[in-house]
Each structure stands twice: as C-alpha cells, then as structure tokens.
Design a protein around this ligand. Structure first.
Ligand code: ZN
Length: 291
C-alpha cells in the first residue's frame, strides 16, 4: 500500500497520486519523483560521484564482495521472499546482482538522486525505479524485504528512516542493512562520501531495535583487510584527501588478491561466525509487528 506523503491518505495510486488532496508524484528526468525538490541537490551525496562509481564498481573487489554477502544473506535468511525494495540503490550495481540472482521476484529500487537512477535504469531496464526521500517513504506493508546498503550513514535522521523501513515491510518480512563501521576509521574518505557517522555495533543495534526490529544476524565484514584499510585511512588523514573514485580503480592483480581474501572471510561468515570488527557491518532484521 502507498500512503500519500502529503496528507496521509491510504492506498493512493502509484502514478495518479492522491484523490483526497491532489498530490501527484511528478516526473524528473523520466523517473516518477516523490521528492522532486531533492532530486538534483541535497546534502547526502556528491552526485558527480555516480559516474565514477558506475565505472569502477564491477572491477573493485569491495563492491563484488558486498554483492556476494548480500545475495548469500537474502538466500539464507529470506528464502521465500517475493518482493524487495532497495532504498538508495545508487547506480544499481547491487540491485542488478539481486535481480540476476532472484529471477521472477518483484524487485524495486528507490534513490533520492535521479543522477543515480540514470545509471541504474541502464543496468535494470525492466525494474521499478523511483525517486524518493527515505525520510518520507510512502510504503506501508508493501515489500517482503527492504534493504539499504551503505545508505543510512548518509542521513542525519537515520532513526526515522529505520521506522519507515519497518512500516514498508510486510508482516513476516525483514530488512537487510550494511553500514560503514568504527568511528576510529573516520577519514577524509568519509567526508568526501558525505557520511554523517560510522556506526558501532552498539549504536546500530540500539537504533534498529528501537525501530521495531529483531536482530537475526549481525556480523562485521572487511575484517581480514582491516589492517590494510586502517593504513589507507591513516594515509588519507595525513594527506587530507580521499583520492576520489580513482582510488577505487585497482590494479587487476591487487584486485584479485584482495578478492581472494574477501572470499575466505565470506566462508568464515557462512559457517555462522559473527566477526566482531571490520570495515563494514551487515545486519539481518526481522520485523516485529507494531503493537
Ligand atoms: Zn493526499
């Protein structure tokens, strides 16, 4: 169900809008836009980064490893899911991996920046892609799984966003989230990425539980490469620069070595070991129905 973001009327039409107050989602760059004022500019991300990301994602071990762990977690924890919304789908790299791994499911993506959706639609020509503000998500019990991969750290009102995820999920469904972890890894890379925070497990757990979720699984990842990551973040702190998307463009040999390390780590996580430290954290959440 879609609720009118303007007046709160229930079951409004996804394209025709609200019969009660007249709210109609407009179109920006061809995409249905629910928060058109924020489609081009807001303080969550530098839109010029999308092009660099779209170019490097497939050739960078980190993005591939994250896709692998996400797809594994979906299969393991939500084997019967029929619909999934990825909030903050960016260039669609994760969503296209999910769409390939789960043919026949309803897969949807939302993104506040139409600049991201322009890349996503090339990768996912048949997938529902909409421009939306996660803080004003209009869905109520609409999807089996709502997912957000390295998104909520960009948003000041992350607790509100988690409540919106909870509302958007069907009874029995759940949520899959990844975030950057450990404030002590903070560097110009985070500033360049418009991060508001890196999470501790404690902060993330408290916030998801307050939003009405039960934690089914929580583990760090990018653990084996943490020393390397720390060294590169310290170097970034010393130089005061992030290196931009060129820093994500790796020598293919280096990329293969790092890829192999991430695969080993993934094997460990699959055995059920939850890693205490790591550059990122994955949480698998089940919706507890609101009382
Ligand atoms: Zn309305």
């Amino acid at each position: 169900m879609i609720v009118c973001p303007s007046c709160g009327a229930e079951s409004i039409h996804a394209e025709k809008g609200c019969a009660q107050c007249g709210f109609v989602p407009t179109r920006v760059d061809g995409f249905l836009a629910w928060a058109p004022d924020l489609a081009k500019h807001n303080d969550g991300f530098h839109t010029e980064s999308f092009e660099g990301l779209a170019r490097v994602e497939a050739g960078n071990f980190w993005f591939r490893a994250r896709n692998a762990i996400i797809i594994w977690a979906l299969r393991k924890y939500f084997p019967a899911f029929r619909s999934l919304l990825e909030v903050g789908c960016g260039t669609g790299f994760v969503l296209s991996g999910i769409a390939q791994a789960f043919p026949g499911k309803r897969i949807a993506g939302s993104e506040i920046y139409t600049a991201g959706l322009a890349f996503a639609t090339q990768r996912l020509p048949t997938v529902e892609l909409v421009q939306m503000d996660a803080r004003k998500l209009p869905y109520v019990t609409e999807f089996d799984v709502v997912a957000a991969f390295d998104v909520i750290e960009h948003i000041l009102e992350d607790e509100l966003v988690l409540q919106n995820f909870h509302r958007a999920i069907k009874p029995g469904g759940g949520c899959l989230i990844t975030v950057p972890q450990h404030q002590w890894l903070w560097s110009p890379v985070d500033e360049e990425a418009c991060h508001r925070r890196r999470y501790s497990a404690r902060e993330l757990h408290a916030k998801v539980q307050a939003a009405g979720f039960r934690i089914v699984r929580s583990t760090s990842f990018v653990t084996l490469l943490l020393p390397l990551m720390l060294a590169s973040r310290l170097a970034a702190r010393r130089s005061g620069t992030s290196g931009g998307s060129e820093a994500l463009q790796l020598n293919p040999v280096v990329d293969r070595v790092l890829d192999a390390i991430m695969r080993m780590e993934h094997l460990v996580i699959k055995t059920g070991v939850s890693l205490p430290v790591g550059g990122s954290r994955l949480v698998v959440l089940q919706k507890i129905p609101a009382a």
